[in-house]
Design a protein around this ligand. Structure first.
Ligand code: AMP
Length: 515
């Protein structure tokens, strides 16, 4: 396309990735607080210095452009150092979920081809069970090296805006997880997408409680806050009473949590807007939020904003506009400012208002594809370039989105996604299991709980406990079935596909769930 009026073609994106944004911020406000974790506070200048030193450490151990660096770290300042240091070298960060079992971590390390792994002290025992051969660094060792390192001159190989920055593993429909690749551009566009609707500013303190190995812990609101010059308080592990205390003490303006977190917080009578006068919004997403939770937050005086997105949308896709939150109870809001969203029929044409279809996304926040999985990447997009979320919903006449169901066979328990296929594969590996199907059953605390429906092979026997132990040795605890129901056969359609909706109904009706 030629430019009108004889104009020159100007660049449409910034040149560099995430480290450039942070280092620039540090030049603007070197003395302001950037990160707080426990008793440690870092100013922007201190954080920038640490990032350049961390980049020197990474270079010293041989990390170069596009190399993958994995972490097994709890939310921490060190995690954020490595987040930016990898960007400074054009390397790719692979934050691993420390809730996983060792075989799952081995799969991801191998799949990503990671060359180094940084391990937090609290995850050393888990890391010891990981078999993959690669350079390992205990976080204490990293800190020692960083202290000694000479802050690198700005390296010439700094990541470019369109290059990959993160590989975030999301559960896969076919058993194994896939590494969703987010570019710096994807991470960048989440900043205005999520900051504009809530009016986030450099005067705001945000609290990060979601794990940083998920896109939510990075994008809601750690990186947006740090890019805008705000103050981010890092929570290592969620506990309701300490979080309430922290929100008060740190004068938090905003906190993002999955619904299970707000449910826990509401158990504290002191969790009220009156006790948190500076908390402008309680923000939530990642899993369906029961309307009872919303109603109770309203009763306690909070403004509750629900958003919706996926790892693949970096993650913010929609957010509730502030003025509408009560009028549109139950909706996940409107598309974020730089996101295109449509609800489409199977054939691809857009649905009418209130007609249910698949939610699809397009825009600069949409990920670059799955690592080394061109097949899965191709499948994730429609022929005309829209990302298929696998979520079902509808838009109302005013353009507000409501989610109604999931097309993908997945359970969300406490904000963590569990793909049924992965758990079913684990169950099939047990000699007594002839057939198995995973469904989500309602759970008061976690939203949904993983329930296995199992058919035992003729002449063999297995107990629920035995199958649960078997799964736990291969899978994260949150993926391990909480309930096992034995049946003589699974309901299937003519094509042999298990009828999960029917199973969910049957299990609910029979109420024969046993722990
Ligand atoms: P993840 O990739 O882990 O962020 O998970 C994304 C999935 O979480 C989406 O595809 C939805 O199924 C679900 N999800 C995210 N936000 C919401 C929400 N507000 N309400 C219901 N489900 C949600």
């Amino acid at each position: 396309m030629s430019a009108p009026g004889g104009l020159r073609a100007s660049p449409t994106t910034p040149q560099y990735g995430a480290s450039a944004w942070l280092l620039h911020r540090a030049e603007l406000t070197p003395g302001r607080q950037a990160l707080v974790e426990g008793a440690t506070t870092l100013t922007y200048a201190q954080l920038a210095d640490r990032i350049l030193r961390a980049a020197a450490v990474l270079r010293e151990i041989g990390v170069g452009r596009h190399d993958r660096v994995a972490t097994l770290l709890s939310n921490s300042i060190e995690f954020m150092e490595l987040f930016y240091a990898t960007a400074e070298l054009g390397a790719i960060l692979v934050p691993l979920n420390w809730r996983l079992a060792a075989p799952e971590l081995d799969f991801q390390l191998h799949d990503a081809g990671a060359r180094a792994l940084f391990v937090g002290a609290e995850h050393a025992a888990l890391a010891a069970k990981v078999e993959t051969e690669l350079a390992r660094f205990a976080i204490e060792e990293y800190v020692r090296r960083r202290e000694r390192a000479v802050a690198a001159e700005r390296p010439a190989e700094r990541a470019l805006f369109g290059e990959p920055h993160l590989i975030l593993y999301t559960a896969g429909t076919t058993g194994h997880p896939k590494g969703a690749v987010l570019t710096h551009a994807n991470v960048f566009w989440n900043i205005p997408n999520m900051a504009i609707p809530v009016g986030l500013t450099d005067r705001d303190t945000t609290v990060t409680v979601l794990p940083m190995f998920h896109s939510g812990g990075i994008g809601l609101y750690t990186v947006p806050s740090l890019t805008l010059g705000g103050r981010v308080v890092i929570v290592r592990k969620f506990e309701a009473v300490p979080l309430l205390d922290l929100l008060q003490r740190e004068h938090a303006a905003l906190c993002f949590g999955v619904p299970a977190i707000w449910l826990e917080m509401l158990k504290l009578p002191a969790f009220t807007q009156a006790n948190l006068p500076e908390l402008r919004f309680v923000v939530s997403g990642g899993a369906p939020c029961p309307t009872s939770v919303m109603a109770e937050l309203d009763r306690r005086g909070f403004i509750y904003l629900q958003g919706y997105g996926l790892t693949e949308t970096a993650p913010g896709g929609t957010l509730m506009p502030v003025p509408d939150w009560k009028r549109k109870f139950g909706s996940v809001g409107k598309p974020a400012p730089f996101v295109e969203l449509r609800v489409a029929r199977d054939a691809g044409e857009p649905c009418d208002a209130r007609e249910i279809g698949e939610v699809q996304f397009r825009g600069p926040n949409v990920f670059a594809g799955y690592w080394d999985r061109p097949d899965a990447t191709a499948e994730a997009f429609t022929a005309d370039g829209w990302f298929r979320s696998g979520d079902l919903g509808f838009l109302d006449e005013e353009g507000f989105l409501t989610l109604v169901d999931r097309k993908k066979d997945m359970v969300i328990t406490g904000g963590e996604n569990v793909y049924s296929a992965e758990v079913e594969d684990a169950l099939f590996a047990h000699p007594a299991v002839a057939e198995a199907a995973i469904i989500g059953v309602p759970d008061e605390r976690w939203g949904e709980a993983v329930c296995a429906i199992v058919v035992v092979r003729p002449g063999m026997a297995a107990t629920a406990d035995e199958l649960i132990t078997h799964c736990r040795s291969r899978l994260a605890k949150y993926k391990t079935p909480k309930y096992v129901v034995f049946v003589p056969a699974l309901p299937r359609n003519a094509a042999g596909k298990v009828l999960k909706r029917q199973l969910r109904e049957e299990v609910r009706i029979r109420d024969q769930i046993k722990a």
